[in-house]
Design a protein around this ligand. Structure first.
Ligand SMILES: NC(=O)c1ccc[n+]([C@@H]2O[C@H](COP(=O)([O-])OP(=O)(O)OC[C@H]3O[C@@H](n4cnc5c(N)ncnc54)[C@H](OP(=O)(O)O)[C@@H]3O)[C@@H](O)[C@H]2O)c1
Length: 397
């Protein structure tokens, strides 16, 4: 199945979900939204770091845009692996709780602060936010807001930003992917992994090696040239196919593979570390896995790098955006990605839409996904206006 076919299947599933919700709950949705107090909105709150019981939906004061900010009525927001790590407090310098999780969403511009040229009320936009995305309304500086392509749906937009921008910047801005190169990506069945595979397919002759849990192989086999189970010795498997190794290694497993990754690089190849999924081994933060992961981080000898002509790099999109002031650079990348989307060369894969109240179950789905064969793993989205059905269904959070 091609990435675009997988995306189509995901979209069909989403449409089906939407249709079911529309059919059963459209009236109630309208009532709930219109009956709301305009000074309040609903949001998912993380009351403290820990398990799923730390998440609940609650009312918060309606945010209003400050100078240079736009106010967005959220239609869909993404849940990334990072959100799960935030919930557990499994990140460096976590912010104080209570907080509203979420780093990306899409929606409609509802109001603007002063000095917000380039946007109008009613614009369909997607945005990065530094937390606060899992809410009915967000206010955010316009530097992080992008007008969506006409054909892009809100769920697609919310599944697009983090996965595709991170994948694009690592491949093209850090590693300089070119025709005929080869790429190894871990967690190839995840949101970033699938964005990497799709972007590689836009360049002629690129070979993609990927690792993923076996149960995902059937669904992603056409997007990845050579797929290995995450538990096999992938170094040996890659070398059997390509004795020279690969040009780019993308590693989101917190450095436990650094030595292997560097060992697999061809001369002038690039190894990029961009995540630490391996630190998540259960519902809550595990100090054992933290210690294990710290212990397993391998030391890199810079002299060897220079002798072997190898590049080692790190990448963090959120730091680039919110700590290092590179929103202009990211905006340029978003424009290039929208152009690829408009040419139908890439398409975000949406697995399903969940109501705001269901975020808790949704997170638990993603948490167990590593261990369960039947669960889906593509990008999932929260749909703040689709809460009525789940309220009716009787979720008590
Ligand atoms: N630096 C950045 O700018 C940036 C941006 C976006 C994401 N990320 C990072 O990229 C990674 C993937 O993110 P995503 O949103 O694409 O995630 P995702 O769609 O949820 O996929 C994550 C995958 O990681 C694997 N995994 C989960 N727990 C694991 C564990 N304990 N040990 C080893 N593998 C495990 C699983 O794949 P398999 O079981 O199939 O191996 C899982 O499907 C995360 O670490 C995330 O923080 C970084």
């Amino acid at each position: 199945m091609k990435p675009t076919d997988m995306a189509k299947e995901g979209t069909e599933m989403t449409e089906e979900t939407e249709h079911m919700i529309e059919k059963n709950g459209a009236k109630e949705t309208e009532n709930v939204v219109s009956a709301g107090d305009p000074k309040e909105m609903r949001a998912v709150i993380l009351s403290g770091f820990g398990g799923l019981n730390k998440l609940r939906v609650t009312k918060k004061a309606m945010p209003e845009p400050q100078e240079g900010e736009v106010k967005i009525r959220v239609k869909a927001c993404g849940l990334n692996f990072l959100d799960l790590m935030v919930r557990q407090g499994n990140i460096d310098s976590p912010p104080k709780t209570p907080l509203v999780p979420g780093f990306e969403c899409s929606g409609i511009v509802e109001a603007m602060g002063e000095n917000t040229k380039g946007f109008e009320i009613g614009d369909r936009v997607m945005t990065f936010v530094n937390y606060n995305a899992w809410a009915e309304v967000v206010c955010t500086p316009l530097d992080y807001v992008y007008n969506m392509p006409d054909d892009m749906t809100f769920p697609e937009a919310a599944a697009f930003s983090m996965n595709f921008v991170a994948a694009y910047m690592m491949l093209f801005e850090v590693a300089n992917l070119r025709e005929g190169m080869s790429v190894l990506v871990h967690s190839a069945g995840g949101g970033v992994g699938q964005a990497v595979a799709q972007l590689c397919s836009t360049i002629p002759g690129v070979t993609v090696f990927g690792t993923a849990s076996s149960f995902k192989h059937e669904a992603i086999k056409d997007s990845v040239t050579h797929l290995f189970d995450r538990n096999v010795d992938y170094v040996q498997e890659v070398k059997k196919i390509s004795p020279e190794g690969v040009d780019i290694v993308l590693d989101c497993l917190s450095g436990e593979n650094t030595g292997k990754g560097l060992g697999l690089l061809r001369p002038l190849g690039t190894y990029i570390l961009y995540g630490s999924s391996n630190m998540v081994t259960g519902e809550t933060k595990s100090f054992f896995s933290l210690a294990k992961s710290w212990w397993q981080v391998e030391k890199v000898n810079p002299i060897k790098l220079y002798e072997e002509n190898k590049v080692i790099a790190g990448f963090s999109l959120l730091n680039l955006l919110f700590k290092q002031g590179r929103c202009g650079q990211v905006k340029t990348v978003v424009e290039k990605l929208f152009s690829l989307y408009n040419q139908k060369k890439i398409k975000p894969v949406v697995d399903s839409l969940w109501a705001l109240e269901e975020a808790l179950w949704w997170e638990s789905d993603r948490l167990t996904l590593h261990y369960s064969a039947w669960l889906s793993w593509f990008q999932k989205l929260i749909h703040p206006q689709r809460s009525a059905k789940s309220c009716q269904g009787g979720w008590h959070l």
